[in-house]
Write a protein that binds this ligand. Structure first.
Ligand SMILES: [Zn+2]
Length: 480
């Protein structure tokens, strides 16, 4: 295979992802073998001797894992294959064994996708690190050796670690929580229901058989349509809570006993309060898509609220450098460094939620009703080609930042923000709400989100963004 036939498009901001067996733009076994060679070479250059590999429940997983393994072993690095597991187990395995790991997963993408999430010497690869793998593949310069291969089942260790961590569940009130768990036929089904049962809960499993065809719904709990079956099941069984996992078990969705979806920024408020009650002054990190009420809740509870750019690799790096005890993203990635290891682990996060609910004398819907809520939109995607999206954001920033200094002359809009945040796209905050526009790192889209105290304020903020964006790119199509 010519090295140049590997498409640059599959090397993305947080991971590698592509359509399986698409020879021009995707992941073939030959491509994955070369990626394995590149990863092995980089890991060896950082004094790594072994690397943990795991895969999700996709149909292409076994043969791509085999190809990955061949590539890695050919560089001389040792491979510890932990088999079909949720992504957090690869992070856990890497943390415990050798500091490096590769998870073969298409996450929540359609069945014909697959991809790789990579940790080398304790660092999650992103941006430059991922592009460096591509450069090495193009140059064809790989280490040569013969690594040792071994298999290991770490599910018992992982499960026991969580049982030791959350052991007091339900002892206080002596009540059994009734929990519906929807794994969307993703790999979390292999262990999450059994684990939660061992925590002394009654589990009603929904789509927990691992099936790479995803025959029921997409394993993506960030979209309301994928939570409808869970909502129905929670109501039908009169359950205390509904939990949903994405395809590889690193993102969590939550539904209350009344069937209300609680978006991750409000779940994060609850985690923050629980941690800050025991660890006053702790830092908590969240991404730019989260509610402005989140920082209020954190500060009121005596914590330090830090906003970060979106992306699980960026979040993990920031968790490490800051020593924050908790992190979370609007996408449903939660990072506990309080009593856990700081990587994103939706299964552990689900257990921490059960722990909070088990200690609460009131229902989940009453627990969440105590947290502030705002009128907000879900994520809104507006198509813009990859080649244009980042340039557009820079132009918009320039126009609005200049506009501000220029007393509103350029846009003819009454524009008096209290804050302009530019860590990831542009988030503009007013006393009545905020709007965000950023370039998606994974799709040819601009991503927008809005929040406000009233519907009228929400409309005003959306109109402002629409007008400002149309001035720069008149071809944009808005559906608000
Ligand atoms: Zn995922």
């Amino acid at each position: 295979m010519a090295f140049s036939s590997v498409s640059a498009d599959i090397f993305r901001a947080y991971d590698i992802r592509g359509v399986v067996d698409d020879p021009s733009k995707g992941l073939t076994e030959a491509t994955v073998r070369l990626i394995g060679k590149a990863i092995g070479t980089v890991a060896l250059s950082q004094a790594q001797t072994d690397i943990v590999i795991g895969r999700d429940g996709r149909l292409s997983g076994e043969r791509l894992s085999h190809a990955l393994c061949q590539g890695l072993l050919s560089t001389g690095i040792g491979v510890i294959d932990i088999g079909m597991v949720p992504t957090p187990l690869v992070y856990m395995g890497a943390h415990a064994a050798c500091a490096s790991g590769v998870m073969l997963t298409g996450s929540h993408n359609p069945p014909n996708y697959n991809g790789l999430k990579i940790v080398i010497a304790g660092q999650t690869l992103s941006g430059e690190g991922i592009l460096d793998l591509y450069a090495r593949i193009c140059q064809g310069q790989f280490a040569i050796g013969q690594g040792q291969y071994e298999t290991k089942n770490i599910i018992p260790d992982y499960t026991q670690a969580i049982l030791n961590n959350i052991q007091k569940l339900n002892l206080k009130l002596n009540l059994k929580l009734k929990v519906v768990i929807d794994c969307g036929n993703g790999i979390a089904g292999k262990l999450a229901p059994a684990l939660v049962e061992q925590l002394n809960c009654e589990v009603i499993p929904l789509f927990c058989e691992v099936d790479g065809n995803f025959p029921n719904h997409h394993p993506d709990p960030s979209r309301p349509e994928n939570l409808q079956a869970l909502i129905q099941a929670v109501r039908h069984h009169k359950a205390d809570i509904g939990l949903a996992f994405d395809g590889d078990g690193d993102r969590l969705g939550v539904v209350t006993n009344q069937g209300e979806i609680i978006w991750p920024d409000r779940v994060l408020m609850l985690y923050a309060q629980a941690i800050l009650a025991k660890q006053p002054g702790a830092e908590i990190i969240y991404d730019v898509k989260c509610s402005s009420h989140l920082s209020d809740v954190i500060q009121k509870a005596g914590g330090i609220a830090t906003m970060s750019q979106t992306g699980h690799s960026f979040m993990k790096a920031k968790m490490k450098s800051s020593g924050a005890l908790l992190g979370g993203e609007m996408s449903g990635h939660f990072f506990f460094q309080d009593r856990w290891y700081g990587f994103d682990d939706a299964i552990y996060a689900a257990c921490r939620l059960l722990e909070i609910l088990a200690e609460s004398p009131v229902s989940a819907s009453e627990v969440f009703a105590q947290l502030p809520n705002a009128i907000s939109t879900p994520e809104i995607n507006i198509a813009l080609p990859d080649a244009q999206k980042f340039i557009f954001i820079e132009q918009l920033k320039k126009a609005l930042l200049l506009n501000r200094a220029d007393t509103d002359a350029k846009l003819d809009i009454n524009f008096k923000p209290i804050q302009m945040i530019t860590i990831d796209g542009l988030r503009i905050e007013w006393p009545t709400g905020w709007g965000l526009v950023r370039a998606s790192n994974t799709t040819p889209n601009l991503v927008l989100r809005f929040e406000a105290v009233t519907e009228a304020a929400l409309f005003t903020i959306q109109s402002f963004f629409k007008q400002a964006m149309e001035k720069i790119e008149p071809s944009l199509r808005f559906d608000f």
